[in-house]
Design a protein around this ligand. Structure first.
Ligand code: G4P
Length: 533
């Protein structure tokens, strides 16, 4: 679906909301995505979007590993209209091992929806993602999910959000009935009761009945009174919506719902429209904002190959920052200054692809056969611009990779290069190890699994991975590299972007080196919770 042509870029931007849903695995992200799509009438029946094990269709599990594990690794973007608005939902991989991927996706959104399982509260990945959003200055809306089944106390959950994230939760709705006895929500701004009606299997949009406070009291009795009292308590402690605080990442509006029963989903869409920021002028590498009305500009936040096994193509996903994208136009690739023809531009959501002819700020476009484009690269028309690079994460897992069959060295090399460009893994090299046995570095070990799988299936170069004992990396300079390389339990390698990484087999090794060489250049790398740029 593409927006109708005509409106200037600024006006098109104003009616757009580009966001990602982030959560700890199993909190209900896929379910919520399905429910959102259902509300947008993209599909007629929930359950047809995501590739979770056992589900009907598998739009985004294009890889066998995803199928086998029931996880989705590949990101995709779903665009749909909601009233006059255009919603861009950028999907993120759920598994913590792919947090680097999630991080890149977060560079492309204007807000995030954090999904929390009502029974589990703040989980490790939830906290990590909250932190990433905080550092990136991304406003976060929180949805407490699964209220239809037993879970924690609502006030307790709010305390947990506050204590563990430092963000002030400001509930927009408040549950009527405890977790497991979900009656509906109190809309704290109107004082109305939004009554929840159970529908069969959650396959249709749940009907929402709006009742006045008096009607609610008559119908729900104590459960309503408790909700009102708790809401007043929240007001007394200043937990009411504060738009400035939300945009500055100090507060997080909270909604309660049940994704599987499609309750709270419409409220979420309405809230996004009302409160979440539309695409704004994006700062370039010098901090100068690129006005929305300037000629087309965009940056690559994800590169993915092999999404379609029949075509073996390679897609670069870009987020439009300014102007109008017109398919067929020739844009300039900022890193090389070379022209790039955008003949094939697609919108991709899992396996479904459609051609994009026009796109506006906030939209995501998949450029086909974009072999020269790398994550972080900028594209523009007429008025040059370079957006800040997207930093890579500090790797914590390392493995030497070798071709099983030395006769397939050419394929091996091409595969390793490709995976490096896509950011599937980081590739570290040294003269000592040579090009035939580079070191792969990852944030999570499952990245190695993906690399192994793709080397064999896509590049026809089965590989052997030998894990190394290193667990942490620091960036150093040429001078110190020589000194550090002589230490035991330390090795210095060069990453594709030219950074020299000193790898250490454990913190005590690092501490020992720091003790012996207090003046050594050993910069911590960008961690999950740091933007770096
Ligand atoms: P994820 O993408 O965040 O990993 O989570 P996913 O949507 O796959 O949801 C994880 C499990 O939680 C699923 O159950 C899903 O049905 C369930 N779930 C999601 N939202 C809700 C909710 O609002 N209420 C309740 N009660 N359950 C919810 P599953 O048993 O793992 O899979 P399935 O066989 O039900 O699909």
């Amino acid at each position: 679906m593409t927006a109708p042509a005509g409106l200037p870029a600024g006006q098109e931007a104003a009616r757009r909301r580009t966001f990602a849903v982030i959560s700890h695995p199993d909190a209900g992200k896929s379910t919520l995505t399905e429910a959102l799509a259902l509300h947008a009438r993209v599909i007629n029946e929930a359950g047809a979007i995501h590739g979770k094990a056992g589900r009907k269709s598998t739009v985004s599990d294009w890889m066998d590993i995803e199928k086998a594990r029931g996880i989705s690794i590949s990101s995709a973007a779903l665009q749909f209209s909601y009233g006059d608005a255009v919603i861009n939902l950028v999907d993120t991989p759920g598994h913590a091992d792919f947090s680097e991927d999630t991080y890149r996706v977060l560079a492309a959104v204007d807000s995030a929806v954090m999904l929390v399982d009502a029974a589990k509260g703040m989980e490790p990945q939830t906290l990590k993602l909250f932190e990433v959003c905080r550092h990136r200055g991304i406003p976060v809306l929180t949805v407490i999910n699964k209220w239809d089944r037993p879970g924690k106390d609502a006030l307790e959950l709010m305390d947990e959000v506050q204590e563990r994230t430092g963000l002030q939760p400001t509930p927009l709705t408040w549950p009527v009935g405890y977790a497991g006895d979900f009656r509906g929500v109190l809309d704290r701004r109107t004082g109305e009761f939004v009554k929840f009606t159970r529908t069969a299997g959650g396959a249709t949009v749940a009907p929402e009945q709006h009742l006045t406070a008096e009607q609610a009291e008559a119908s729900e009795g104590d459960a309503w009174r408790t909700a009102v009292e708790e809401s007043e308590l929240l007001e007394a402690t200043g937990q009411t919506h504060d738009q400035q605080g939300f945009l500055e990442g100090k507060t997080t509006p909270v909604l309660f719902g049940s994704a599987v029963l499609n309750f709270g989903v419409r409220q979420l869409l309405d809230t996004l429209l009302e409160l979440a920021p539309p695409p704004g002028p994006r700062p370039d590498v010098d901090g100068e904002p690129r006005a929305l009305e300037k000629p087309f500009s965009a940056f690559v936040f994800k590169v993915q190959a092999g999404m379609d096994s029949a075509h073996r193509d390679r897609l670069a996903f870009v987020r439009v920052c300014s102007g109008v994208f017109e398919r067929g136009s020739v844009v300039t690739h900022s890193a090389t200054g070379k022209p790039f023809a955008t003949k094939y531009a697609q919108q991709v959501f899992g396996r479904e692809r459609s051609t994009v002819d026009l796109a506006y700020p906030g939209d995501v476009v998949g450029l086909v056969n974009a072999s020269s484009l790398r994550v972080g690269d900028s594209l523009y028309v007429e008025d040059p611009v370079t957006f800040p690079p997207i930093p890579s994460f500090a790797p914590e897992h390392f493995a030497v990779v070798r071709a099983e069959d030395s006769g397939r060295y050419k394929q091996f090399r091409r595969g390793v290069e490709q995976l490096e460009q896509e950011g599937v893994v980081q590739v570290l090299r040294s003269n000592l190890r040579g090009d035939q046995a580079p070191v792969l570095a990852a944030v999570g070990p499952m990245q190695f699994e993906v690399a192994t799988h793709r080397m064999a299936n896509e590049f026809n170069a089965p590989v052997r991975m030998d894990r190394l004992e290193y667990t942490l990396a620091r960036q150093t300079d040429r001078e110190w590299a020589k000194v550090l390389d002589r230490e035991s339990g330390v090795e210095v390698l060069e990453r594709g972007d030219g950074a020299l990484l000193a790898l250490f087999a454990g913190t005590w090794r690092l501490n020992r080196v720091l003790r012996d060489h207090p003046e050594a250049v050993l910069e911590p790398l960008v961690a999950a919770a740091d933007t770096g740029t």
